[in-house]
Ligand binder design. Structure first.
Ligand SMILES: [Zn+2]
Length: 302
């Protein structure tokens, strides 16, 4: 009996080893990644008979979407304040027989050279009355609620669009600010120098998950693009959408303004990816329309 069992076990090993070797050869994993603080990378796993790919960066879920012919992609974000480090991404792929394959992909997070700036705001901005503190708590709670759940389905598709035609001001993403002599958290969006009343368009398709007026952000619109990706538009003067609406890339969602904690009118454009705060201009550089045809990015889906 023991001999028979041993024979069966050896046969089992041969069969499974053979199966893993055969399947592993068909799957292509991402190579080691190097990503700067505040930037984005795309992960691509390919295999003819892959039905599903799952991934994690620590506790953070990476949402993979399939193109239907064996190519599975996810966006990876590195937070603007992430410490330089060596991490491992954990990826799992499942084929149509239920076989599960696993890979660990090295990720190196590198420091980015963000500039520092000092400026002053009227003392009233820093004198927090009980009413102001209550307003700030309401703002934090509203944004936390908007980010608490993301659509599992990916609504967005390339290319991403600029929300307004204007360029970024000097007060750009990642700047470490010293306000009234006190160091503050970094700037987590890109300020585009739009005059009040400029039409602000959705960067991509998605669901509007927040429309409201807040102490810091002023008039605000947040769009959930699915798979952990959000875009944010702050300091708006007027809204053109309601919470819950589905929008397409290029749809006008608001008019820009100078509401909230600002020193002048502009559009603050922010991108959030799986709880990381990343540079909107990096998203445009990597997944925007080619520079030769800038109009296509905002008009393609109108
Ligand atoms: Zn800003």
């Amino acid at each position: 009996m023991a001999i028979v069992l041993r024979y069966v076990f050896v046969l089992f090993l041969l069969v499974t080893t053979h199966a893993f070797a055969a399947e592993a050869a068909k799957v292509s994993w991402p190579s080691a990644l190097e990503v700067l603080q505040g930037q984005i990378a795309e992960l691509k796993v390919t295999g003819e008979n892959l039905v599903k790919v799952e991934g994690r960066k620590g506790k953070e879920v990476l949402y993979f979407a399939s193109n239907g012919s064996g190519v599975h992609t996810a966006l990876l974000g590195v937070d603007v304040e992430a410490k330089p480090a060596q991490l491992k991404l954990s990826l799992k792929a499942f084929d149509d027989t239920g076989l599960q394959l696993h890979a660990e992909i090295p990720l190196t997070i590198k420091a980015n050279a963000y500039h520092k700036e000092s400026f002053n705001v009227p003392p009233s901005f820093d004198q927090m009355t009980p009413e102001t503190l209550a307003e700030i708590r309401r703002e934090q709670a509203a944004f936390a609620k908007a980010f608490a759940t993301t659509a599992q389905e990916r609504f967005w598709e390339t290319p991403f669009a600029r929300p307004v035609p204007q360029e970024a001001s000097a007060s750009s993403f990642g700047a470490r600010r010293v306000i009234n002599g006190v160091p503050r958290p970094p700037h987590t969006g890109t300020d585009l120098s739009s005059p009040t009343g400029t039409e602000v368009v959705a960067s991509n398709h998605g669901r509007v998950v927040l429309v409201g007026h807040f102490f810091f952000a002023g008039g605000s619109v947040v769009i959930d693009h699915g798979g952990g990706l959000y875009s944010m538009y702050f300091h708006l003067s007027e809204f053109r959408v309601d919470e819950g609406a589905m929008v397409r890339r290029g749809d006008v969602v608001a008019l820009s303004g100078g509401t909230g904690r600002v020193t002048g009118p502009h559009l603050h454009w922010g991108i959030r990816l799986n709880n990381t705060r990343v540079d909107p201009l990096d998203l445009l550089r990597k997944f925007g329309a080619p520079p030769s045809n800038p109009a296509a990015s905002t008009k393609a889906d109108k």
